[in-house]
Design a protein around this ligand. Structure first.
Ligand SMILES: [Zn+2]
Length: 218
């Protein structure tokens, strides 16, 4: 899943208004931000296999550290504790943890059964939303529009930059997603990992947008 994770981070602002959107998006996307690092270091593996599912050309056969339920829960606890240590905002820490863990749940809905429960385990979970392009696009955009609407309602722009930075971020996310659907499969795993790492730039962009907006309390 792609847009759905960002939707969770956007919606979470309503629950934890004092937490930056950058932190919330980084939490919801956390394990996908780790994944390219694990690919490049040879810790996790993927095959480029067009047709693996209708939506993705990736055979995600080995990613137990980033995408198992157990490590997902551990990343969630670790990030929540780190956030609490830094910010002393209890509600924000719970929301950060929930965002990290939500990644596994949304991926388990999308992927074919390739998501391990724990590293080394033989049980794989996946409901296979990705077997249908139409259903995937409907769910991804449905969640995304809801997330954008919730964030836009629970914050107000302090200045023109607060409008521009947020709406440009939302537009770029939608365009990136469509490009990933209609574009060619990545030429090799290294390119795939480097392109995935470029996604980290969305986090400072979210920080920029969020710092020009303020919670409305609604
Ligand atoms: Zn993922």
């Amino acid at each position: 899943m792609f847009l759905g994770h960002f939707a969770v981070g956007l919606a979470a602002k309503k629950v934890a208004p004092k937490t930056s959107l950058a932190t919330l998006l980084a939490s919801a996307e956390f394990v996908d931000m780790l994944w390219p690092v694990f690919l490049l270091s040879g810790t996790e593996h993927v095959r480029i296999a067009p047709g693996a599912t209708a939506v993705t050309p990736l055979d995600l056969y080995d990613y137990p550290l980033s995408h198992s339920l157990l490590t997902g829960a551990a990343w969630a606890a670790g990030l929540a504790l780190a956030y609490f240590a830094l910010r002393r905002y209890r509600r924000g820490a719970w929301v950060v943890g929930a965002c990290v863990l939500s990644h596994w749940v949304l991926d388990a809905v999308s992927h074919r059964p390739d998501m391990p429960l724990y590293p080394g385990g033989r049980t794989y979970v996946g409901l296979g939303l990705w077997n249908s392009v139409a259903a995937t696009v409907a769910v991804e955009f449905g969640l995304f529009v809801a997330g954008v609407a919730l964030y836009a309602r629970s914050t107000a722009a302090r200045d023109r930059m607060g409008q521009f930075a947020f709406w440009s971020l939302a537009s770029v996310l939608a365009v990136l997603y469509v490009a990933s659907l209609v574009g060619p499969p990545p030429p090799d795993v290294r390119t795939l990992a480097l392109v995935s790492m470029a996604g980290w730039l969305l986090i400072p962009w979210a920080w920029w947008a969020d710092s020009h907006r303020e919670p409305t309390g609604s």
